[in-house]
Write a protein that binds this ligand. Structure first.
Ligand SMILES: [Fe+2]
Length: 322
């Protein structure tokens, strides 16, 4: 375990924010969309996985992970952003044997998220330096939040944003521009819940894509993005940069094979020359079979059905079988 994270700008300049000497290749694991529930609460929604059971399976699959320099969590930590759900999440992440840094998703609300990780290996830093890389932890909900003059973000009263797409807003876009320009390393990588450039109709958002299109030319040292949100593990290219999407713990889908997928995680290697390789690890188990996707879920992703349509179909099916 490490001590406190060193804040950027401190006079002592170690190889990373944790005071460690860094190798040429930085190894990072990524968890995303863990959607933790209160202990003992039933999974919500048709086909949703028991996310605590998924975490146990991922932890077992990770095995000895001391070789990782960092574990990143890219949002939707708690299913409804409730304090008791962050307690379950924090206790789970504290079992990892490496430092963990988190950024929020649209299911995470500012107050419980900011205060939700008191354990010594957990942090919500916005910038971390590891060897030749600067890692930015952006908040893709900022455009829907109130931001004060110091850049502190808070949720509007009554706002839920559980199905919200990404929105940077002017403050977050400016922060990303400034943090990238201030990087003391040659290479920058952005961790963010909503990946830029998604084209799946349910999730694609022209305004969010426009925000990134306007910003990306000002970020010449950014080498790629790591995100979640879609529950569709993938790798694609946006503005000539790789975008890596990590699996979720709540449910995952493969729109090409048209099947459900088990829970999982990603690992990354960041090279001193700016190269990035990443791998998806899915934890196959009889609890999460790769069943064919039904027409209703395909219709949701294709933009032919809304979440309300899907809920009505599920209710009709329950009524027919009861
Ligand atoms: Fe999610």
């Amino acid at each position: 375990m490490r001590g406190a994270v060193r804040r950027p700008g401190q006079s002592h300049e170690p190889d990373d924010n944790y005071g460690r000497r860094m190798p040429d290749v930085i190894r990072i694991g990524q968890l995303s969309d863990t959607h933790f529930l209160e202990a003992g609460m039933e999974p919500e929604g048709a086909g949703a996985y028991d996310t605590s059971a998924a975490f146990e399976a991922v932890l077992a699959h990770l095995g000895d992970h001391e070789h990782l320099d960092l574990m990143v969590v890219t949002g939707d930590v708690a299913d409804h952003g409730r304090a008791a759900q962050y307690e379950v999440a924090a206790d789970a992440f504290a079992r990892l044997s490496v430092p963990v840094n988190l950024c929020p998703g649209n299911h995470d609300f500012d107050e419980p998220f900011a205060g939700g990780f008191p354990h010594s290996n957990l942090d919500v830093e916005r910038t971390l330096v590891l060897g030749d890389w600067t890692f930015l932890f952006a908040d893709s909900n900022s455009g829907q939040m109130r931001v004060d003059e110091e850049g502190n973000r808070s949720d509007l009263p009554g706002e839920t944003r559980l199905h919200s797409n990404g929105s940077l807003g002017t403050h977050e876009a400016a922060w990303i521009r400034e943090a990238s320009a201030a990087a003391t390393t040659e290479h920058v990588f952005v961790w963010i819940h909503h990946p830029p450039g998604v084209t799946v109709p349910l999730i694609a958002d022209a305004d969010y894509t426009s925000e990134w299109t306007a910003l990306i030319g000002d970020l010449p040292n950014v080498r790629g993005f790591g995100g979640g949100h879609t529950h569709l593990p993938a790798e694609f290219v946006f503005a000539d940069l790789p975008v890596f999407v990590s699996p979720s713990f709540k449910n995952n889908f493969d729109l090409d094979a048209k099947t459900w997928l088990p829970p999982g995680y990603r690992t990354y290697e960041f090279s001193a020359d700016g190269g990035i390789t990443s791998e998806v690890h899915l934890v196959d188990d009889e609890r999460w079979p790769r069943h064919p996707l039904g027409r209703a879920i395909l219709g949701l992703f294709n933009g032919e059905l809304t979440y309300d349509d899907l809920a009505a179909i599920a209710q009709r099916r329950r009524d027919q079988t009861s």
